[in-house]
Design a protein around this ligand. Structure first.
Ligand SMILES: Nc1ncnc2c1ncn2[C@@H]1O[C@H](COP(=O)(O)OP(=O)(O)OP(=O)(O)O)[C@@H](O)[C@H]1O
Length: 239
């Protein structure tokens, strides 16, 4: 469905992705893990058109998409739920959700999706008229997820959805990620919480300094001694 082949991306003289190749099949939940600065967020930003690769190819259903504008990528069904939520703080919850549907023209569909989001996230319904910047961190994360889903994507990319949230909220966020996937969406998730990311996913890629250094099923990576040492504090994984 999505394929990156030998993708290189630089910020000026800093090369953040050095020939990254990875793929997602329809309906999969794929995690991207690795230390700070490994290039995980850069990979997502490149897929969503915020950054342009210096070289390499990105294809979506076999069609090249590198070089397209972010809105063109969104129109093709790829939504990005960015790190740090990035809700529009001065807009209301409802307006933030509407922004997610900005490129859609099916007003009846938008209205019914809005109701579906309110049913899934009752807290957002209660706070529909409230400025998004006044929501708690957990509520803002729910809003960022709902906003991404309002575009009716086929692929949704979550960048560090659990970052800075209380443990009970983290659990909720991960259960939403799983729910979204069960509903048939394909998910690409960047996570610092490697244990959770590997436990939830079908497959995962481990990145180090701009390269993919390991790929496999979540279980394979959980069981690999170097992943355990580096990311799980050496703890054995009890299934
Ligand atoms: N706007 C930028 N300008 C210059 N260098 C950048 C910029 N954004 C990221 N980088 C560099 O690119 C590299 C990869 O960063 P990236 O944010 O993709 O890593 P990451 O794996 O997502 O890490 P984190 O978990 O800390 O977000 C890092 O060395 C980082 O310093």
């Amino acid at each position: 469905m999505l394929r990156l082949e030998d993708v290189t991306v630089a910020y000026g003289r800093v090369t953040a992705l050095k020939g990254v190749s990875l793929e997602l099949r329809e309906g999969e939940l794929v995690s991207l893990i690795g230390a700070n600065g490994a290039g995980k967020s850069t990979a997502l930003k490149t897929v969503s058109g915020l950054l342009r690769p210096l070289s390499g190819r990105i294809t979506w259903d076999g069609e090249p998409i590198s070089g397209l504008l972010p809105r063109e990528i969104l129109q093709r069904g790829i939504a990005h739920c960015p790190e740090g939520r990035r809700v529009f703080p001065h807009l209301s919850v409802r307006e933030n959700l509407a922004m997610g549907a900005l490129l859609r023209t099916d007003s009846a569909g938008i209205a019914s999706d809005l109701e579906a989001m309110y049913a899934r996230f009752p807290r957002l319904k209660e706070r529909a008229a409230q400025a998004a910047g006044t929501l708690s961190g957990g509520e803002q994360q729910m809003l960022a997820i709902a906003r991404a889903l309002m575009s009716r994507p086929r692929l949704v990319m979550f960048d560090e959805p659990s970052l800075g949230l209380a443990p009970n909220i983290v659990e909720q966020v991960f259960s939403i990620v799983q729910e979204v996937r069960r509903e048939g969406l394909t998910v690409l998730m960047v996570e610092q919480n490697a244990l959770a990311a590997l436990s939830l996913c079908d497959r995962a890629y481990l990145m180090e300094t701009g390269r993919v250094v390991r790929a496999g099923t979540g279980t394979e990576l959980l069981e690999s001694s170097d992943v355990r040492e580096a990311y799980l504090g050496g703890r054995a994984f009890a299934a």
